[in-house]
Ligand binder design. Structure first.
Ligand code: AMP
Length: 400
């Protein structure tokens, strides 16, 4: 990497997360979060090696938030650069790139128009992401902005993997197809796995299990995504913290009729009140679920079983879809930290050659947790979506 300073921005509807990277050293120079933008405004800013600075700052909009971030990064005790001119580029996380974007791009008027076109596909996130881009363009005039899409890595999926069995006109008219999400993480982690395995990408078939509050699994063959569990939206696939994942679509009408609720309330239930929270009735956090299960809570145990079973089914089906398997990779909050869950997932998969060494599995920081006689590797690779965004931004602005 060259020696650039890249600011990574993840803008939500009322929040703005940021990290400033030095790409040569991979060091995070500062990171922070502006919250409650347009409400009462709170900011937390952590310069490397210093205590966090927290304050109430009135921020009317994302423009105010980015001005606050710039001030904190460039002035006083919280400063990490001498002036704004030291920042070489800004990388923005954008949720939905539709079928328009298979790679990260430098933002220009056409890119902004295309992100706007994707708003119907990502109605909650894309407007916020766009607001973040426009606020930075205004406050940091002349500094290149790069859009990095959550969907881009999955654009290599073949038609058989992305087409839903619905009237074809919905695909043509409205773009209803599988897109997949967490693409930056799946790309970063699968590339790390390929490096670790030390073979040409073309020879490798890998399943990446990104297990966090949102969870998705992807099948990566020859370094390219060939299938993934999330769909048109991040609601499909595994049961998650609060999202249902796959269910029979007929359930919607059945519940709506019985509970006398409309489609908006139903969709809210599927997104916010389902998943392991819905089954357990306790929490969306896996630490809470394991603690409750240990105390004999049967619904917490049922929620965990359902999650684990679903992961096992995806691993089996993706191995079949790729016609083989070289490695299963665990990543994100649960995948990286929860050894008990990893052990439960692989437990019945010995017949596929997936076996882990229980001791290696328990030691934090071990990448290869496979047993001696495993024919498929099991790896634990920490994801770093912000760093991956910084790396892609650097690649584009330095013309690599
Ligand atoms: P993420 O969305 O990737 O931040 O992951 C959030 C999930 O990771 C939560 O369900 C947490 O229970 C789980 N998690 C995060 N850290 C740990 C940890 N140290 N031990 C066990 N689970 C963890």
């Amino acid at each position: 990497m060259s020696n650039l300073k890249i600011l990574v921005i993840n803008a939500g509807s009322s929040s703005l997360k940021y990290q400033l990277f030095n790409t040569e050293t991979s060091e995070v120079l500062a990171k922070g979060l502006c919250e409650r933008i347009g409400i009462d405004g709170k900011v937390k800013h952590t310069p490397a090696g210093k205590d966090s600075y927290e304050a109430d700052v009135n921020m009317e909009n994302h423009g105010d938030a980015i001005k606050t971030v710039i001030k904190l990064m460039t002035t006083g005790d919280t400063a990490v650069v001498g002036s704004l001119e030291e920042i070489d580029a800004v990388g923005h996380r954008v949720l939905h790139g539709g079928a328009e974007f298979s790679k990260s791009v430098i933002v220009n008027d056409d890119v902004i128009a295309a992100i706007k076109k994707c708003i119907p596909l990502g109605p909650l996130h894309n407007p916020a992401n766009l607001t973040g881009i426009l606020a930075c363009e205004e406050a940091m005039h002349g500094i290149p902005q790069v859009a990095v899409f959550d969907t881009a890595f999955h654009q290599t999926m073949p038609q058989k993997a992305y087409l839903y069995a619905l009237p074809y006109e919905y695909y043509k008219k409205y773009g209803v197809r599988r897109y997949g999400f967490h693409g930056t993480s799946h790309m970063y982690v699968s590339q790390k796995a390929i490096e670790f395995l030390g073979k040409p990408a073309e020879e490798l078939k890998i399943i990446v299990c990104h297990l966090g509050n949102g969870s998705s699994i992807s099948a990566v063959s020859g370094g390219k995504c060939v299938d993934t569990s999330m769909g048109l939206t991040p609601l499909e696939g595994l049961p998650m913290g609060t999202r249902s994942g796959n269910i029979d679509p007929a359930i919607l009408e059945y519940i709506m009729d019985n509970e006398n609720i409309d489609i908006h309330e139903m969709t809210n239930i599927l997104n916010k009140k389902s998943g392991v929270l819905g089954i357990s009735g306790i929490s969306s956090d896996f630490r809470d679920l394991y603690a409750a299960k240990d105390q004999g809570n049967e619904r917490a145990a049922a929620a965990l079983e359902s999650f684990i079973y679903s992961i096992q089914k995806f691993i089996g089906s993706y191995a079949a879809a790729m016609g083989g398997l070289d490695a299963v990779v665990f990543t994100a909050g649960i995948g990286e930290n929860n050894a008990a869950l990893r052990a439960s997932v692989v437990e019945p998969l010995g017949f596929m050659g997936i076996k882990i060494d229980p001791k290696k599995n328990e030691v934090r920081g071990t990448i290869d947790i496979s047993a001696e006689d495993a024919t498929v590797k099991t790896l634990v690779i920490p994801t770093d979506e912000e760093f991956a965004i910084a790396r892609d931004t650097e690649r584009l602005v330095s013309g690599k």
